[in-house]
Each structure stands twice: as C-alpha cells, then as structure tokens.
Write a protein that binds this ligand. Sequence first.
Ligand code: FMN
Length: 204
Amino acid sequence: MTNSLNAQGFLETIKARRTIYGIGKEAVVSDQTIQSIIEEAIQHTPSAFNSQSARVVVLFGEHHDKLWDITTETLRKIVPQDSFEPTQQRMNGFKNGYATVLFFEDMAVVESLQQQFEAYKDNFPTWSQQSNGMLQLVIWTALEAEGLGANLQHYNPLIDDEVKQQWSIPATWKLIAQMPFGKKTVEPNEKEFKSVAEKVKFVK
Ligand SMILES: Cc1cc2nc3c(=O)[nH]c(=O)nc-3n(C[C@H](O)[C@H](O)[C@H](O)COP(=O)(O)O)c2cc1C
C-alpha cells in the first residue's frame, strides 16, 4: 500500500495538535466525517496483544451539553461555593464545544488477558492505559487535521456512575478521559519546550 504522507508531513500534523480550550458549537465538518475519524482511529490504533480493549462513546448535541451539566453539578458538590466561579467558567468552556469523545477501557477484556497470561498479569492494566492514550492522541490529532480544536479532561472517577447510567454504558467499561472538541475560537498560547538534548540520547 502506498503512503501519501511522509514522516515530515506526519510530524507537521503532530506538531499542529494543541490543547484548545476555546471551542464553539458551529459545525466545522459533518458528523459523518467525525464518525469516520473515530471508527478509523479505533480500528487502527495498536493495543497490547491486539486486545482492542479501548471503547469510545461520542456525545453530540444535547448529550454533549448534558455531560458538562453532570460534571458541573458533580463539582458543585465538592468545590466551595464562594470559589466556584472559575470552575463554572471552565465547565461553560467545555459545554460551548460541539461534541465530546468519552474514552473507556473494557476491563472485562483486560481481566481476561490477565487470566490467560499469568506472567504478564500486572502489566495489562498499564498497557491498557497506554493503548488508550495512543488512541486519544490519534483522535486528537485527526480532529486537529480537520480544523477542529480539542482538549483532554479527566473528571473520572467523579462522574463515572452518572455517565454510565445516563448513556447505558456497560458495567465493565471504565471511563479514562473526556475530550470536548469544536470550532476553534481561541488560538493556544505559545508552548514552552525543554531542550530536546535533555530528553533524547542517540547511542551509535
Ligand atoms: C495524559 C495527559 C493528561 C492530560 N490531562 C489534562 C487534564 O486533565 N486537563 C487539561 O486541561 N489538560 C490535560 N492535558 C493536556 C496537557 O496539559 C497538554 O497536552 C500539555 O500542556 C501540552 O500542551 P498542548 O496539548 O497544547 O501541546 C493532558 C495531557 C496528557 C497527555
């Protein structure tokens, strides 16, 4: 199979992905395009032992709004009332987006692997998280490539029970992350980089 994107082109796409907090509801691409991105990403992102334990639910429209209402009300119970305003602003920012990707891991798959491969028992939960992170990056980057802004949030486990109940999520699916996305309304700040020499060694 030929590959239309060389490494440089691929890395340009990787570099272009940023955390975008300013997201709006205006449609940038069709829902069908978003659905295809998610389907391709989940099919082709690797997983340990090809376990394919990642699960994704994409909430559009009123379901997206409901998620951020649930999160807001959950946080309201634990954040002091007189300092809630920044949290409210943050929640409004996510709710302003077009849709949210919920990332899960099916722990039934992970546990089954632990039983089958006793020697790797302790590794499977770590690998499951790593694979899910890979999927998050693939989806985040693909959304960016379509001109959408996204960010990554972790209101789990606080919201797990209500999310499961609201959208009839199977009991074995563990919520890992939430990725609200939408039309970019604010460009990201300049990013600071540690020197690459501090992070990489080439041994020849
Ligand atoms: C594993 C992981 C967890 C993250 N968790 C959060 C989070 O809970 N909330 C948030 O606002 N950003 C979160 N981020 C976003 C990072 O803060 C962000 O990616 C980092 O500062 C680099 O900025 P960039 O995404 O613009 O390149 C997370 C990123 C990663 C990779």
